[in-house]
Design a protein around this ligand. Sequence first.
Ligand SMILES: [Zn+2]
Length: 253
Amino acid sequence: MRLDPLQYSRIVVLTGAGISAASGLRTYRGPDGVWEEYEVEKYGHADALASRPQETWRLFGGMREPVLAVKPNAAHLALAQWEASLAPHQQFLIVTQNVDALHQRAGSKNVVELHGNIMFTKCSNSSCTLERYRDEESHHDRVPVCPKCGSVLRPDVVLFGEEIPALPSWTVKRALRDCDLFIAVGTSGLVTPAANYVRSAEYAGARTILVNLEPMNNPNLAFKEQYLGPAEKVLPELLDERPGGWLTLSTGA
Ligand SMILES: [Zn+2]
């Protein structure tokens, strides 16, 4: 079980929550403790931002400190090293559903954040010219206001009830159209976006791989290979690019 990185010229890797689990980001922690899933869906909804923006900030602002406190794990590092080892003609794109920016902190360069980045703040008024900016404040006790237009500021994440913005969406579609290797890591192969992306990749003729803790109970046949286990164990094995690593294995030395 090892990929030959030189065999592929257009690589797309989709990552989900499972890749950050070993970094300790499994639960949403706010100032009042761990958030329940229903609370995340309620306060993380676009409707809450419109009517009770303080709740939006209590939820997402409260995640900033734990996100800053954790480190990329072996799975993030393996992907970053893989990208760094590729030849100039090889294209490599990480598409992540995570908002923790751990891929970039691991050293990955080409990353599309489908759901935004928790460490950035932007204006809630879509026609405002304020640029999104890095912001480590939790704002859990006071809703920040835009210095340009006076609207409420918001964390730069895609809320429930909102669409993935056009640019990341378009970048991913374009990459999938001619990809020859697609790997989904730490995300269910049965739900969107993985289920849609793998269909596009399969149509393009790509090798398609799922790396996940849980097997698909109702297999998505577009995934031709499946490796089960924690991402931080499986990915480094799959992508082991130590010089001579594969040779050593194959000769049994
Ligand atoms: Zn504004």
